[in-house]
Design a protein around this ligand. Structure first.
Ligand code: ZN
Length: 150
């Protein structure tokens, strides 16, 4: 280093100050809504809360970096759920998903809500698992959120 680093700006979000908006339907089905809470370019991270109606799910994706979540409400079936070798978690629950975790279908059997911090992008892939459908980096997440804010 040749000069002092610039301190990172602190920030907070009161959740009720944001409206729920539709999460892109190319990446989810069943009416999932989200609120983007933060992006940290210096970490490549982004943080969001998701509202997931009963029967909704996220399309197949890889976590290119790790993520931590807090399921505040409902139930989430990850990596196929407990019946398929994955996990089924009931709120309130904390979880850690490792780098390169593959989530074929993250499914919500009942009305659910969770917060998650993503360190690095989400790579959405087609059902066959090969072709990239979308790479959701911190800046892509921010652009999608800002576009939804009219
Ligand atoms: Zn996932």
């Amino acid at each position: 280093m040749t000069k002092a680093a610039t301190p990172i700006e602190c920030r907070s979000v009161e959740l009720d100050s944001l409206e729920w908006v539709d999460f892109p339907t190319a990446l989810s089905q069943g009416g999932i809504k989200w609120k983007l809470l933060n992006v940290a370019p210096e970490l490549g991270s982004w943080a969001a809360i998701f509202e997931c109606p009963a029967g909704s799910f996220f399309a197949s994706h890889h976590h290119i970096g790790p993520g931590e979540y807090y399921l505040t409400k409902g139930r989430m079936e990850i990596r196929g759920g407990v019946g398929s070798g994955g996990e089924t978690v009931n709120a309130p629950a904390y979880g850690y998903e490792a780098t390169s975790a593959f989530h074929g279908k993250t499914y919500f059997p009942v009305d659910s809500e969770f917060y998650m911090t993503f360190l690095g992008p989400l790579q959405f892939v087609n059902e066959e698992g090969g072709t990239t459908v979308a790479l959701v980096t911190w800046d892509a997440a921010e652009a999608a959120w800002l576009a939804s804010q009219g």
